[in-house]
Design a protein around this ligand. Structure first.
Ligand code: NDP
Length: 487
């Protein structure tokens, strides 16, 4: 049975209760996990507070070295982590390997940045005086993580938190705690310093509390001893996080849902755009915040675009993510598949045409898991759910347009504003889209590969604040204004 990590120890929950993690491809139990509650969060906070006293005094250079060593230790368990991730999440082993690669790359990025944090020297009008801006760690942070990318989205929080000198409590999604537990156990073992001076990351600097959002998550939001919360998840839960954490004036960042538009102009490299529409929508079984969720194709090329994309979908092998030949695994949970099915039915009832998919694959092993075929819809009314809501699964609605301004207006008519892309050979069209698309991110002839170098986040109901990039560090440091007067 898996254990939680609190204060450097692998422990059961305070209540002794457990719950089962199941494989979305087979329905089989993968492992049992401690069902934590408020008491376990309290213990983790005490451990993280204790560790903060030591960790915040470690030099920035050594904090970076510790993160580098953590990456090496994660690599040693790469195989086990990938197996656990595929079994608990459903993604293919290839996708699991890519996710671990991203986790390591992200931690290495913050390992490098730890010693590059700068404050400021400020001239003041007063004679014999100057100001400084000193940037200090905040204290105990928490990362609340969803199930679609359990490792990378944990790393985008843990990396900058530790680099800045904070300690952290991670709450994974209830359905995907296993790969996280292996990775964080490795991080807890990481060392810094040479020879006799070598030290291990203080016990309690990283903690994982497993259990439901309604108890473990709520305590993280409420408890005033946690000063900073990084949340990635759905927009409705994000609103709740903002409300509850706001009562204690906690520092929060919210990385929420999206409905990213992909705009394809008739002068684009269409072969590339078709290939990337496939990747952008169906990677990770379409369960990506920054997935292409609305495809806008210029009228003159729409028919051939849809035809060629359909040919790609026909070759996509759906199945258990652990099988070599699988290119798309199951949807992660049953309720998510039900939501997808309702969204597709709603589009159909309003006149949308199912060009491909639109149903579950049937028979044999398919009946054991939460499988759904890659689905392409055309003639989709703009007020249908696949257009107005986030579609968190392998469904792509295609819309057509005559002019770029029309496409931008349609793209912006969403409550979300996470990613977006424009595909064109015209610099003028690209620049207009960069300027006018209401999104935290615009990609030109490209899709987001989870760049650690660039800030990532949303506008409108897609979130608050940024992860990735040096910008993410700003959310883990408090600027302190200092005035020094020579007397
Ligand atoms: P949820 O919002 O349901 O859950 C996210 C996390 O919040 C889970 O760990 C969950 O725990 C926890 N949680 C649930 N209720 C509470 C609560 N009351 N208090 C505190 N924590 C709580 O999202 P999903 O897991 O369904 O993830 C999918 C969503 O995440 C999609 O909308 C997707 O777009 C978004 N996302 C956004 C990204 C971004 O960077 N913008 C990136 C990836 C995903 P539990 O599992 O125990 O319920």
């Amino acid at each position: 049975m898996a254990k939680m990590l609190i204060g450097g120890e692998l422990v059961d929950s305070a209540s002794g209760q457990t719950y089962e993690v199941r494989n979305p491809a087979t329905g089989e139990v993968v492992d049992k996990v401690p069902k934590g509650n408020e008491k376990d969060v309290e213990q983790a906070i005490s451990a993280a507070e204790g560790a903060f006293k030591e960790w915040s005094d470690v030099s920035a250079e050594d904090r970076g070295k510790m993160l580098s060593n953590a990456c090496e230790l994660i690599k040693q368990k790469q195989g086990d982590i990938a197996q656990a991730l595929t079994k608990e999440q459903g993604k293919t082993l290839f996708e699991a390997g890519l996710e671990i690669h991203h986790l390591i790359h992200g931690l290495e990025f913050y390992a490098g940045l730890a010693s590059k944090v700068r404050g400021a020297h400020v001239p003041l009008p007063q004679k014999n005086a100057y100001g400084m801006v000193v940037r200090q760690p905040i204290g105990v942070c928490a990362g609340i993580v969803p199930w679609n990318f359990p490792l990378t989205l944990m790393g985008t929080k843990l990396g900058p938190a530790l680099a800045a000198g904070n300690t952290i409590i991670v709450k994974p999604a209830s359905t995907t705690p296993l790969a996280t537990l292996i990775a964080i156990e490795q991080i807890q073992k990481a060392t810094y310093g040479e020879g006799k001076q070598q030290k291990t990351l203080p016990k309690g600097a990283v903690n994982v509390v497993t259990g439901p959002g309604s108890t473990v998550g709520e305590e993280i939001l409420r408890n005033p001893r946690i000063r900073r919360i990084a949340f990635t998840g759905s927009t409705p839960v994000g609103k709740h996080v903002m409300e509850v954490a706001g009562r204690e004036i906690k520092r929060i960042t919210l990385e929420l849902g999206g409905s990213d538009p992909m705009i394809v102009m008739d002068d684009a490299n269409l072969d590339l755009a078709i290939k990337m529409a496939d990747v952008g929508r169906f990677f990770n079984c379409g369960q990506m915040c920054l997935g292409v969720k609305r495809l806008f194709v210029q009228e003159s090329v729409a028919e051939s675009f849809v035809g060629k994309l359909t040919e790609i979908l026909k070759t996509k092998t759906v199945g258990n993510g652990a099988a070599k030949e699988t290119r798309m695994g199951p949807i992660h949970i049953e309720s998510q598949r039900k939501e997808i099915e309702e969204q597709v039915e709603d589009a159909k009832s309003r006149g949308a045409k199912v060009v491909f998919g639109g149903e579950r694959p049937k028979g044999g092993d398919f009946d054991k898991g939460w499988f759904y075929l890659p689905t392409l819809l055309t003639n989709v009314p703009e007020d249908s759910k696949v257009s107005t809501e986030e579609t968190f699964g392998p469904v792509l609605p295609v819309f057509t347009f005559k002019t770029l301004d029309e496409a931008i207006e349609k793209a912006n008519s969403s409550i979300f504003g996470l990613g977006s892309s424009i595909w064109t050979r015209s610099l003028a069209s690209a620049n207009r889209a960069i300027d006018k698309l209401q999104a935290g991110n615009v990609w030109v002839n490209s899709l987001h590969y989870g760049y650690d170098e660039l800030p990532f986040g949303g506008v409108k109901q897609s979130g608050v604040g940024r992860e990735h990039g040096p910008e993410a560090l700003d959310y883990y440091l408090e600027p302190k204004g200092v005035v020094v007067v020579n007397v």
